[in-house]
Design a binder for this molecule. Structure first.
Ligand SMILES: [Zn+2]
Ligand SMILES: [Zn+2]
Length: 414
């Protein structure tokens, strides 16, 4: 079996892993680096099939482009992942069209991808040529999976993005893998541990409640998929009026159509029902008349309705801005965290509202990764999806693991 790293090695974004066995090959994920629209290398064709671990664009963003390269086959993912990926890819194409550069694919390629989608659910497997491929839940976001691929008597596990602990929204990942020869592991947070989840939730509620009692508004810019629903569940426990604005509404409806994709769909349904939905600009003016909390997009403050709230509220000391997701270099959110300045929507200001960053990551962390490697005990660990993979490989080697941090473009034999 050979592994070709098309992207996402020693970097986060544009993930693509080609697995070859003789003359047959499968592609696992094919994403873009969202901020600068970087794309992965082209895979050697033909492919038996393509498998998608979850909808995030760093894993799915370049899939429609496969149909510009002559690929005519299927893309396997859970039903939930396919639905969310289509939504995100449509949105991504709209964003690309607004830029000066040529879009990466056309609407017709997106349609072709939709025609070629095949549903493979969690704990299901299929045989394609030399390969046996199985999906297991990865606890990252609704619909997300880890993928095992067996061929030539070798067993590969590709974690996708993974989280082992339960969160309000998701049940922790499946982790009882046996006889793994090569473990291709995400390593986003190989260099740190996350704060205790319960403490974090308590702190979030405390900020929301304090802001409310001071007559202010909490603004929570966040990703439409997964974090929006996680925040809905937590905020529902506070009794503070919650508004939901932006793409998170449509995404929550889709997730609720797949109740098995989350830990407790009934709770989510209740929280969603209780939240007031904002669909028109006039409703935004109404919402900010009274103290409340607003969950909105975009998660890194680049575009989306959050701009409205920042313009109206940045001068108000009794209001709060709460970032709960990773802020990529070069985004408005990252600039705000690094410099204290909000530079967007024609503004360049130091917001007077309370600004907080809470690390609600959907990825596992350093200690849980190592615990998982010890439990799984693979022959070889290959690190992807991280910015510190080389250091982490060294650390793992010192612990006695056979670990490796490939570069994009490299091929390894297992
Ligand atoms: Zn992800
Ligand atoms: Zn990812």
């Amino acid at each position: 079996m050979e592994l070709v790293f098309l992207g996402g090695a020693r970097e986060v974004g544009r993930l693509g892993l080609l697995v070859e066995s003789g003359n047959e090959r499968v592609l696992l994920d094919y994403g873009i680096e969202v901020q600068d629209t970087l794309v992965p290398l082209k895979p050697k064709l033909p492919l038996n099939a393509v498998f998608l671990s979850h909808c995030h664009l760093d894993h799915s963003g370049y899939l429609p482009a496969l149909y510009t390269m002559g690929y005519k086959g299927n893309i396997y993912a859970t039903r939930m992942t396919h639905e969310l990926a289509f939504l995100l890819l449509k949105d991504s194409l709209n964003v690309q069209r607004k830029k000066d550069t040529e879009p990466l694919y056309l609407q017709s390629h997106l349609k072709e991808m939709k025609m070629k989608r095949e549903f493979l659910e969690i704990n299901e497997g299929i045989e394609t040529g030399n390969f046996n491929v199985t999906f297991r839940s990865s606890g990252h976001i609704p619909g997300s999976v880890s993928i095992t691929a067996e061929s030539e008597g070798k067993r590969l596990l590709f974690t996708g993005d993974i989280k082992f602990i339960d969160t309000k929204l998701m049940k922790g990942a499946y982790s009882d893998f046996k006889d793994i020869d090569v473990l291709v592991s995400e390593s986003t947070y190989s260099y740190k541990n996350h704060p205790d989840r319960e403490e974090l939730e308590k702190k979030l509620k405390e900020i929301i409640e304090t802001t409310y009692h001071n007559g202010g508004i909490s603004v929570l810019p966040t990703f439409a998929v997964s974090r929006t629903q996680e925040l809905l569940l937590i905020l529902h426990e506070t009794g503070v009026p919650v508004y939901l604005d932006g793409m998170g509404i449509e995404v929550t409806v889709k997730i609720l159509n797949h109740p098995d994709s989350v830990r407790n769909a009934d709770k989510l349904r209740k929280a969603f029902k209780a939240a007031r939905k904002i669909r028109k600009n006039a409703q935004r003016y109404e919402a900010i008349k009274e103290p409340c909390a607003v969950i909105t997009t975009a998660g890194m403050l680049n575009g989306g309705p959050v701009g409205f709230y920042m313009k109206k509220l940045h001068k108000k000391e009794n209001c709060s801005l709460i970032l709960t997701g990773y802020q990529v270099e070069g985004t408005v959110g990252r600039t705000l965290l690094d410099t204290g300045r909000y530079v967007a929507e024609g503004l360049d200001v130091k917001p007077r509202m309370r600004t907080e960053f809470l690390d609600f990551s959907a990825h596992t962390d350093h200690d849980h990764l190592i615990e998982f490697y010890k439990k799984t005990s693979p022959e070889k660990i290959v690190l992807m999806h991280g910015e510190h993979t080389e250091e982490f490989a060294e650390e793992l080697k010192e612990m006695g693991f056979n670990a490796y941090a490939p570069e994009t473009g490299e091929t390894i034999k297992v």
